[in-house]
Design a protein around this ligand. Structure first.
Ligand code: ADP
Ligand code: MG
Length: 684
């Protein structure tokens, strides 16, 4: 036979890349050799058989076995998408970008051409794209305009064990789409966790397990609970670096700020050792890091120093490195035992990110990162007793810990009318569902019959929570379009205000230029406007103690929002007259459910839930009687963060549907609101 049957064989044997019709580069050949050593490689024939016989296949394999990088490529090379696209979802933006880049290299094509990615506020794909890595949230968005996801021939739900909210919803959606589209195939990929759940959900799907290579990992616990786990981290890194054999270090911490500050501390410590120890390259990894910086984790460790001691890489990461990204060469893992986790209290209606203890399943995954290439060591910065007694076996899926307003809105757009019948893999509590419907009704996204309104449709167009979309949609009414764009971009970004240790005063002084006594929202707007007025200069940011990366990110988000506003024909109108009042009124249109009244001196209470809260120390407002807030922060104390003062009359004027006081518990706040309503009635 002259023609080879499968394009895959052709790619192996010939020197022309069928995707580009160009000669393969040498780099391609080198990467090809590496790929063939991955555990997944030997399982491909078996995968092929299963894939061809079934509509859904479940694939489980140890992290780093090659699932994410190899399976989509294999499907593509075999032509199994039949002229349509292959999608591979990732819960994390960083993973989607980084893996797409890697796979483009492996396929010897340019990123954004045959292989691309799509994440919120950034699309790097085009008409030539055949394989797209995208966040699960983005695929869900695509489903809103294309409910049967018609342009895809194969959809791979990766990192399914993470059980993110969007992946869970995609499970339910795809189950329906699979009925309608017999040509569609789905692959569910997961680390070796929780696979029974998926088998029970997709009843006839076969399971393929890729055996991993995992070397033994020696575990160390602290003898007593650590009081300062960041300092313990620095100490442990330095001990490993000074006394242990070569091998890179991976540290699990909770977020950007502490990762950056701990990186600094480690660098300072390492500098004191001079050439008595090897070179140490300290690298942060978290989701808001720009792509070029993310790539650093894959660079080789520094070379030997002048004393002939080999160098070492030390990566400080959030959960991203737990299963989404595999970094070769890690031999030592330091586990703080913590991560930032979402939690939702339906009664409070607020979702918060809380630094919480991880599960035992996570702790095992983290430890496993040390044993990929040879036996490793894992230092747990907690006691063995707390591992056994205080950590839960596994974390509840995100859907049980989330505010579902956004999801319910999306499902409505997808035409799923009866949410009770939706096939959730783990159904959320009825209370959470009710709260979501209620919230959407108060926001006027749903009418009294529970049908979508025009406003609801507009809200769903923005990749934002409905409260935030509402601010943009309603901004023409209050002539504050530019301001709301600034605000929403800033609220969608991490905290931009830097306050480095030993420079607190200078930082506070810099911030004071932006501070507005009416509210922190306006402070954010001012900071952004300053950035814009100075031509978006990073230098200006640093001078003003604003995080330049955050500001640039916010600018990119803002640009995207402007495009969306134009597309939806929402005029961007701004008028400086009465602007502070108008801004705050506009904010109330979306956030009337997040209002507090000062019941006593510095003793605030939320109106409907009767929760005591305190103003966060970062706030710039002077203890107003009434306030709207953006965030509820639960630490040792209950705080509200990003707070603006308001006039209670605005509440009655803007959100009468919500302030039906017969449903409110008795508080002084309620009494005052009642007086306002009564006053209005007698005036009539
Ligand atoms: P899995 O999905 O099973 O966890 P992956 O396909 O992500 O495995 O990883 C397979 C291999 O590819 C790993 O050895 C990993 O280190 C490597 N790899 C993935 N992305 C990159 C990258 N951007 N640079 C270098 N190596 C990478
Ligand atoms: Mg993977």
């Amino acid at each position: 036979r002259l023609r080879s049957r499968s394009p895959a064989r052709k790619t192996i044997n010939q020197s022309i890349n069928p995707f580009t019709n160009k000669q393969y580069s040498n780099k391609y050949r080198k990467l090809r050799e590496e790929r063939e050593k991955l555990p997944i490689f030997d399982a491909l024939p078996q995968f092929d058989k299963m894939f061809n016989k079934n509509q859904v296949v479940i694939l489980q394999g140890e992290t780093g076995s090659g699932k994410t990088t190899q399976i989509p490529q294999y499907i593509l090379e075999k032509g199994y998408a039949k002229g349509k696209l292959v999608a591979c979802t990732q819960p994390r933006r960083v993973a989607a970008m980084s893996v797409a880049k890697r796979v483009a290299e492996e396929m010897d094509v340019e990123l954004g051409q045959q292989v691309g990615y799509s994440i919120r506020f950034e699309e790097c794909a085009g008409p030539n794209t055949l394989l797209k890595y995208l966040t699960d949230g983005m695929l869900l968005r695509e489903a809103m305009t294309d409910p049967t996801l018609d342009k895809y021939g194969v959809i791979i739900l990766d990192e399914a064990h993470e059980r993110t909210l969007s992946t869970d919803i995609l499970f339910g959606l795809l189950k329906e789409v699979l009925q309608k589209r017999k040509d569609l195939k789905v692959v569910v990929m997961s680390a070796t966790l929780d696979t029974e759940k998926f088998l029970g959900y997709f009843k006839n799907a076969p399971l393929l397990t890729v055996p991993g290579r995992l070397y033994p990992v020696e575990l160390f616990y602290t003898e007593f609970p650590e009081e300062d786990y960041l300092w313990a981290t620095v100490r442990t890194v330095m001990q490993i670096h000074a006394f242990e054999e070569p091998g890179d270090i991976l540290v699990f911490l909770t977020g950007e700020e502490e990762i950056e500050s701990t990186c600094d501390s480690i660098r300072k410590e390492a500098a004191r050792y001079k050439d008595n120890v090897g070179k140490l390259s300290v690298i942060p990894l978290y989701s808001s890091l720009p792509p070029a910086m993310q790539q650093k984790i894959f660079e080789p460790a520094p070379e030997v120093n002048s004393n002939g001691i080999p160098g070492r890489k030390c990566i400080l990461s959030t959960n991203i490195a737990e299963t989404s990204l595999t970094i070769d060469g890690i031999v030592f893992v330091i586990d703080s035992g913590l991560s930032k986790q979402k939690c939702y209290n339906p009664r409070m209606r607020v979702e918060s990110l809380l630094v919480s203890p991880i599960s035992r399943a996570s702790a095992k995954q983290r430890a496993g990162r040390a044993g990929r290439t040879r036996p490793g060591k894992c230092y747990r910065l907690y006691t063995e007793k707390s591992y056994k007694r205080e950590l839960v076996e596994s974390t509840a899926p995100e859907i049980l810990r989330s505010n579902l307003a956004n999801v319910v809105l999306q499902l409505k757009i997808l035409g799923i009318e009866n949410l009770v019948d939706f096939d959730f893999i783990d159904p959320p509590s009825p209370e959470t569902m009710m709260r979501a419907l209620e919230t959407l009704h108060y926001l006027r996204a749903l009418d009294d019959e529970g049908e979508l309104t025009e406003e609801g449709r507009l809200m769903s167009e923005f990749p934002l929570d409905p409260e935030l979309s509402k601010l943009l949609i309603i901004s023409p009414k209050y002539s504050c379009g530019e301001e709301m764009l600034n605000l929403v971009a800033m609220l969608t970004s991490p905290n931009p205000f830097l306050r480095p240790r030993d420079h607190e005063d200078a930082a506070d002084k810099a911030k004071s230029k932006f501070v507005n006594k009416d509210g922190d929202h306006i402070t954010l707007i001012n900071a952004y406007q300053g950035f814009e007025n100075e031509g978006r200069q990073p230098y200006w940011c640093s001078k003003n103690f604003l995080n330049p990366r955050t500001m640039r990110g916010a600018a990119e988000i803002r640009d995207q929002l402007v495009v969306k506003m134009n597309k939806l024909d929402i005029p961007i109108i701004s008028n400086k007259h009465n602007i502070s009042e108008n801004i705050r009124k506009c904010i109330i249109s979306g956030f009337f459910m997040q209002v507090v009244h000062k019941e006593k001196a510095n003793f605030y209470m939320t109106l409907k839930e009767k929760q005591h809260v305190a103003l966060h120390p970062s706030t710039g407002v002077m203890r107003p009687d009434w306030a709207v807030y953006h965030e509820y922060v639960l630490t040792s104390k209950k705080y509200i963060r990003i707070v603006s003062s308001i006039n209670p009359e605005w509440l009655i004027e803007i959100a009468p549907q919500y302030f039906d006081l017969s449903h409110f518990p008795d508080t002084n706040g309620k009494k005052l609101l009642q007086e306002i309503i009564d006053g209005k009635n007698t005036q009539k």
